[in-house]
Every structure is written in C-alpha cells, then in structure tokens.
Design a protein around this ligand. Structure first.
Ligand SMILES: CC(=O)Nc1ccn([C@@H]2O[C@H](CO)[C@@H](O)[C@H]2O)c(=O)n1
Length: 106
C-alpha cells in the first residue's frame, strides 16, 4: 500500500502550522485508509516536508462542500471550490481526507 501523498507546495505552510487539516482528492487517491501514516511530499519537487495520519476518508460530491470544509482548508468556500475546480475541472465525485500532523518518522 502506497504510504505517500503529495500537495502543491503553496499549501505546505498551512499544513505544517495545522491550519489545513483536510484535502479533497479524486477517486484515483481513494485507496488511503483511516489510521494510515503517510509521508508528505511537495508535488513540484518531491521534497518530504511532513508526516500525517489519516483520521477519516469518505466520499463527497462537489456540491456538498460547505463552510466547515473551507475552514478546515483555511480558505473561503468560494476559494475552496475554485481550487478544486482548477485541479479537477471535470470531476464531481471526490474523497474527503481528514488528517493530523504527526512528529514521529514512519
Ligand atoms: C498531485 C497533487 O499534489 N494534487 C493535489 C490535489 C489537491 N490538493 C489540495 O487539496 C485541496 C482540495 O483539492 C486543496 O486544498 C488542494 O490543496 C493538493 O495540494 N494537491
């Protein structure tokens, strides 16, 4: 089982400060499991910058994104929808991955 995930580097600071605690992914990344510990890399350069533990993973549709998700992303709901649409222009079905930072290396 793959224990890696990548994020765009513009989200690194929010993840490391604990302000961003969810990510919305398409079904190509639906294989993660609650409890799993992941190494986190930047998408752009593949630099390891964090370790996280998956708290939960659940299906979600674009139109179900709400203010609570936006807060967990540390952005407005409008910005969150825009970001998701930029990354996944044609997708409607996603997985909501909730995570926490961990200190110990895997
Ligand atoms: C290949 C790769 O890295 N893909 C992605 C995909 C998503 N995201 C983040 O998930 C949230 C909603 O999609 C937003 O906050 C984005 O930050 C990301 O960082 N990187």
């Amino acid at each position: 089982m793959k224990n890696k995930i990548t994020f765009f580097s513009r989200f690194e600071a929010d993840i490391l400060s604990g302000k961003k605690t969810i990510t919305i992914r398409d079904k190509s990344e639906a294989y993660f499991l609650a409890g799993q510990q992941l190494c986190v890399f930047t998408h752009e350069t593949g630099r390891l910058f964090a370790h996280i533990r998956i708290i939960s993973i659940s299906p979600i549709r674009f139109e179900q994104l709400n203010e609570q998700h936006a807060q967990q992303e540390n952005m407005s709901l409008h910005a969150l929808k825009q970001v998701v649409r930029e990354i996944y222009p044609f997708e409607n079905e996603f997985v909501l991955i909730e995570f926490e930072l961990i200190n110990e290396p895997i």
